[in-house]
Design a protein around this ligand. Structure first.
Ligand code: SF4
Ligand code: SF4
Length: 452
């Protein structure tokens, strides 16, 4: 077994110089000391933190992680164990909304992750996994190439056979998680570059088609476009718009996120859009922070701020505009799941509920412990498959306890995560994005279109 140096952990490559171990953080966007100092250690955030709920470890709580950041700022080196506690954070931001002192943990963890990714050498296995994830997930075209083989795998019965043999479990929890997350794929034609409003025009809207959303949930994008057109919006959808950078920024890959952000700003800058609409919660929260992401970039900072000011979650925009399209009855009971990056990071809770409650015949039921993450958290469930499955199972149980016929949420990651957990429990409940429910009501498709 390798010797463990108290200051360097087990990592022999940790930054070190002749004067001893190197400080945890350098001067390039370290977590800010004044934000760390805002934490008064009251502990109000603890019970809302999924990792603290799972393990009861102080260092896997928001307060513990902020304490570690403080240690790093006071000159401690970035040890393996410190990195592990930061890596364990889902970035769900439940602690941000729970904190009575207004601690900006979101800023703190984002800057800390940037430092880790630049300065902490990871193990070869971890490096390889992250490299593979980031060579695939932020690239919609590459993801779409997976659709064919995945559909064949699902359609031929091979998926059921592999599940029965437990082969993937033996090969590794990460592989098994990826397989279990894959949604049932449907074929949907690609939306055109411009879709005109179907009623007198009220706004021009740029729309993010996304990476996972466009590859695995194209029906959600189609429903979003139809709703916007029905509500009097011209919808602009430039092809090749690429990734918004959310996955990269949430994982400390700041340079990569900035590249994606600049490209997206360039793509939409001359579109004449009044708003930029997003139907994936994780993307929306990052897009609203483009100003901070590109702060200090002379060519882009002001443009990023202007862009960010136009960003709206679909439910926010529809609430702002007010309905014009007729809502037809949908007699269905719904459990609405708050995606963390919508509820905690963007503070959008009331708008989706108002939209759903505006549908005649629909009954909305609340899920217990709504502040606890389902365990999806971007790629957290791929990097931490076992605790993610535990969180998914907890969420699935609370969803089933509502007795609802349909689970509705506004993030593709949550849909995949909860669906996988429900399958593990042998349970069946239909799942849909908020956009699909609204679309079914506007088009008068009936509740069966969502539940069968
Ligand atoms: S972001 Fe979520 S997982 Fe991370 S410390 Fe806050 S509550 Fe815990
Ligand atoms: S982060 Fe906020 S809620 Fe949590 S211990 Fe610090 S001050 Fe209290």
């Amino acid at each position: 077994m390798a010797d463990i140096d108290a200051t360097r952990g087990t990592n022999p490559d940790a930054p070190h110089d002749v004067l001893g171990p190197v400080r945890a953080f350098d001067d390039e966007r370290p977590p800010r000391a004044e934000l760390v100092a805002d934490c008064v250690h009251c502990g109000f955030c603890l019970t809302t933190c999924p990792t603290y709920v799972l393990w009861g470890e102080e260092m896997d709580s928001p307060r513990g992680r902020i304490h570690l950041m403080g240690q790093g700022l006071s000159g401690e080196p970035l040890s393996d164990s410190m990195v592990e506690h930061f890596d364990n954070c889902l970035g769900c931001m439940s602690c941000v909304t729970a904190c009575p002192s207004g601690v900006q943990y979101d800023r703190l963890i984002e800057d800390t992750r940037g430092q880790i990714e630049r300065r902490h050498p990871r193990t070869p296995k971890d490096r390889a996994l992250r490299k593979a994830i980031f060579a695939l997930f932020p690239y919609p075209r590459r993801l779409r190439l997976l659709r064919g083989p995945l559909r064949a795998y699902q359609a031929t019965g091979l998926q059921r056979l592999v599940a029965r043999t437990g082969l993937l479990n033996r090969l590794g929890p990460t592989l098994s998680t990826l397989e279990s997350l894959a949604p049932r794929l449907r074929s949907v034609p690609k939306p055109p570059k411009l879709v005109r409003a179907r009623t007198p025009r009220r706004a021009v809207v740029g729309m993010l088609t996304g990476c996972v959303q466009s590859a695995f949930f194209p029906e959600v994008n189609s429903a979003t476009v139809r709703i916007l057109a029905a509500e009097g919006c011209d919808v602009v959808l430039p092809p090749g718009q690429g990734c918004c950078g959310a996955l990269s920024v949430h994982n400390g890959r700041t340079d990569e996120a900035q590249r994606f952000a600049r490209r997206l700003i360039d793509t939409f800058e001359n579109s004449g859009m009044d708003y930029f609409v997003v139907n994936a919660a994780g993307c929306g929260s990052s897009l609203k922070e483009y100003g901070e992401l590109l702060a200090g970039d002379e060519a882009y900072e002001a443009r990023a701020q202007q862009f960010a000011a136009k960003v709206r979650d679909l439910s926010e925009l529809l609430t702002e505009l007010g309905p014009v399209a007729t809502r037809h009855p949908l007699p269905v009971t719904i459990a609405y799941h708050d995606a963390c990056h919508l509820a905690h990071a963007q503070g959008v809770r009331a708008q989706p509920r108002a939209l759903l409650n505006g549908i005649p015949g629909l009954e909305l039921r609340e899920i217990a412990d709504p502040e606890i993450c389902c365990g999806s958290a971007g790629i957290w469930n791929v990097l931490h498959p076992e605790p993610a499955a535990e969180l998914g199972d907890r969420k699935a149980r609370t969803v089933l306890a509502t007795g609802a016929e349909l689970l509705v949420t506004a993030n593709p990651g949550c849909l995949m995560q909860v669906a996988a957990a429900l399958r593990r429990q042998g349970a069946s409940i239909a799942l849909a994005h908020t956009a699909q429910v609204l679309d079914a009501s506007i088009r008068n498709l009936g509740a069966e279109s969502l539940t069968h």
